[in-house]
Write a new protein. Structure first.
Length: 691
């Protein structure tokens, strides 16, 4: 009897055999990753050997464009497996994935260092940098960024310096991973289990239903509140149970400070010192100086100027806002009431109700998720002519995820778009955009289109109701969708320069730009219909939304500025950092903080952006990009918020160009000049707008 060959092939090793060659999530097993990682490293090494042993004189084509068209997938294996693994490590992880990440991280960091510190490879790139044929602007940008990338990774260091750099980067990589894993474990470990119905007082029905469903999923009676934002935020805003609010607030704001294996304090200290030493090894005074060399801001001085200008402009208004909240609290609780941080959301909400008769729960019935999706997709269609079509044949990594094909206005295929909407056990908090494949044009002229994903933690549906979002969650969706448009519209020759591969204080422009539409009447009218009656959101409710747009805006601005100050305080250190993290933090952002600082709370140990997320010495980018987005949206306000000619210019000059030119050059080409802070001040009501 003939025996069948049942040998299974690692799915990363061959053609995926999926629509648009998307990742075959349904075929990938845990054991596939390590095998693919190690084979990918071997193939990378093989390609480098071919390059450095090429007897021909180094040229742009045989040194930087050294992949044969027929073997791109062969040599791209490491990128393919890394992309899938590390995206899922954030969106759908488990203990086995975490353990594998711990195992592979030093191996992958060593490999990256082996490439960047390969002297013979750098000599070829250096030769091409000095002697090259006439290059297109995009080719020149690739050459410059490649050369500079080697230099900034230690290529000019002596042997001892290179060895030290290896040690620093390998340790930093491991600690960043440990930081993230600790934070996820701490976040998921805490629950507020309620068994008395009186403890639900004040909560809207949507929050009660979600809490009941959470308890049932854990096989518990009663209701469970978690630290995930869709659970945490409504409780802090609506619960009349002050002691429970305090417990929840303290749990959230003391994460990773406890005397257990998930404490991040020493990890943060070490990361700050590793980055400082790395920068100084490369010849910079501080890590911030190293980072800002490749940012629009350009210098520490300009970052502080922005942050200080914002404090000067917004602090008086923020102080008035805080006094108004305190008055509201005393109105309810008596003259001697002392406002604490866990009271802030509760009484801010009551003040908003009094001023505008507006409450997030009033809006939820009009923001049913499927309608919001239609609205956001429809906005992209109205601006850019693109369409979205769900394709259930595209594999996804979790049933919550939806996969779409995106088509351009001429009907041609533009991108694959994944949307992952709801929190779950193995998923990091927050929201982000990522890619499973970037865009590039190969030597045959084939435009390989991107596979883009947005991952969020929006309100989940319950047994009684569909997913009904807050306005803030609609803004989050628009924000991440703006990033995805940056990826989907990418139209550059080289993948390393395409889409969101831009300087980090420019990358938030497309995302924050899209948030402007959330309060625009003509946009809301396209999708904001009551989920039960089908009635459109009433005009008077839209009016209240628009009037309340700047409610607590100055406070929100100072909060972001405080994070920027904290970030810069760590990464402008010239000497070894060995201070108490908690007290250092409270001093670092003091001039932007209005309320009382509690001695037990600590932001640093859960500040993923600057410790593990790539925003170290770059958190100011959100405010920098906010200046850009307000300035850019002012053009749309002048020409029409759906003006297709303006949108096409925005697409052509910014969204499709990636990192092929200096971002200020791209911005000025669209805007006609450099941005100013004026549009932001007017949008936030800090300066009056002309009537």
């Amino acid at each position: 009897m003939k025996q069948e060959n049942t040998t299974r092939q690692n799915p990363f090793f061959g053609d995926y055999g999926t629509p648009h060659d998307v990742a075959p999530f349904d075929k990938i097993r845990l054991e596939d990753y390590e095998e693919a990682f190690m084979e990918g490293i071997r193939r990378d090494d093989e390609l480098i050997e071919k390059t450095i042993n090429n007897p021909e004189k180094p040229t742009f084509d045989n040194t930087l464009l050294n992949k044969d068209d027929d073997t791109d997938d062969y040599y791209g294996l490491l990128d393919r497996v890394s992309t899938v693994f590390f995206n899922l490590l954030s969106a759908e992880t488990n203990d086995e994935m975490d353990a594998l990440a711990q195992k592979m991280s030093p191996i992958l960091t060593k490999h990256a260092n082996d490439v960047r510190l390969n002297e013979r490879l750098f000599e070829r790139i250096k030769y091409v940098h000095r002697h090259h044929r006439k290059l297109t602007p995009e080719e020149k940008r690739l050459l410059d960024t490649s050369y500079d990338g080697f230099v900034r990774s230690g290529a000019l260091l002596d042997k001892a310096g290179k060895e030290r750099l290896r040690q620093l980067t390998e340790e930093a990589s491991m600690l960043s991973l440990q930081f993230s894993q600790n934070l996820l474990k701490e976040n998921k470990a805490f629950t507020l289990h309620l068994t008395d119905e009186a403890q639900l007082d004040g909560l809207p029905q949507t929050a009660i239903d979600a809490a009941r469903q959470e308890a049932q999923s854990r096989q518990l009676d009663g209701w469970v509140i978690t630290l995930d934002f869709p659970s945490y935020s409504p409780f802090m805003t609506y619960s009349t149970q002050r002691e429970l609010r305090r417990q929840l607030y303290m749990a959230k704001n003391t994460e990773c400070t406890h005397d257990n294996a998930e404490n991040n304090i020493n990890i943060c200290k070490r990361l700050v010192n590793l980055r400082r030493e790395l920068a100084q090894l490369l010849g910079y005074k501080t890590y911030a100086d190293y980072v800002l060399e490749h940012r629009m801001a350009g210098s520490v001085k300009r970052v502080y100027r922005l942050l200080d200008d914002l404090i000067e402009a917004y602090k008086p208004a923020a102080e008035k806002e805080q006094k108004a909240v305190a008055r509201m609290a005393r109105k309810y609780e008596g003259r001697d009431f002392k406002l604490e941080p866990w009271d802030q959301s509760f009484y801010s909400h009551k003040l908003k109700l009094e001023k505008y008769n507006l409450d997030a729960e009033m809006l939820r019935p009009y923001f049913e998720l499927s309608r919001v999706i239609d609205g956001v997709f429809g906005l992209a269609g109205r601006l850019y002519g693109i369409t979205f079509r769900e394709n259930k044949d595209i594999p996804v990594y979790h049933p919550d995820v939806k996969a779409y094909e995106v088509f351009d206005k001429d009907g041609s295929f533009l991108a694959v778009f994944y949307a992952d909407f709801h929190p779950r056990q193995g998923k990091q908090g927050g929201a982000w955009m990522t890619e499973y494949q970037g865009q590039w044009i190969d030597r045959k002229g084939v435009n390989n289109r991107p596979h883009v994903s947005v991952v969020m933690n929006l309100t989940k549906p319950t047994a009684e109701k569909p997913a009904l979002l807050t306005l803030g969650e609609v803004e989050t969706f628009l924000h991440e969708f703006g990033h995805s448009l940056h990826g989907m519209f990418a139209n550059t020759r080289f993948e390393s320069l395409s889409g969101t591969n831009v300087w980090w204080d420019f990358v938030e422009l497309p995302s924050q730009f899209m948030e402007n539409y959330a309060v625009e009447r003509d946009f809301l009218r396209t999708f904001a219909f009551h989920y039960q009656t089908g009635e459109p959101m009433p005009d008077e409710l839209i009016d209240r939304i628009r009037k309340s747009r700047n409610f607590m805006a100055a406070t929100a601005c100072l909060r972001q500025v405080s994070f920027g100050l904290l970030d810069m305080a760590y990464y402008t250190k010239k000497d070894a950092f060995d201070e108490d993290i908690v007290s250092f933090e409270k001093q670092a952002w003091k001039k932007a903080i209005l309320g009382r600082q509690l001695p037990e709370t600590c932001m640093t140990v859960q500040f993923s952006h600057i410790m593990a997320g790539g925003y170290a010495a770059g958190y100011y980018s959100y405010k920098w990009a906010e200046v850009l987005d307000a300035d850019a949206f002012a053009v749309f306000k002048r020409t029409g918020i759906f003006n297709q000619k303006t949108a096409q210019r925005f697409r052509d000059e910014i969204l499709s160009r990636g990192g092929t030119e200096n971002p200020m050059t791209l911005y000025k080409r669209f805007r006609g000049g450099e941005p100013t802070i004026e549009a932001l001040l007017k949008r936030n009501g800090i300066k009056p707008q002309k009537q």
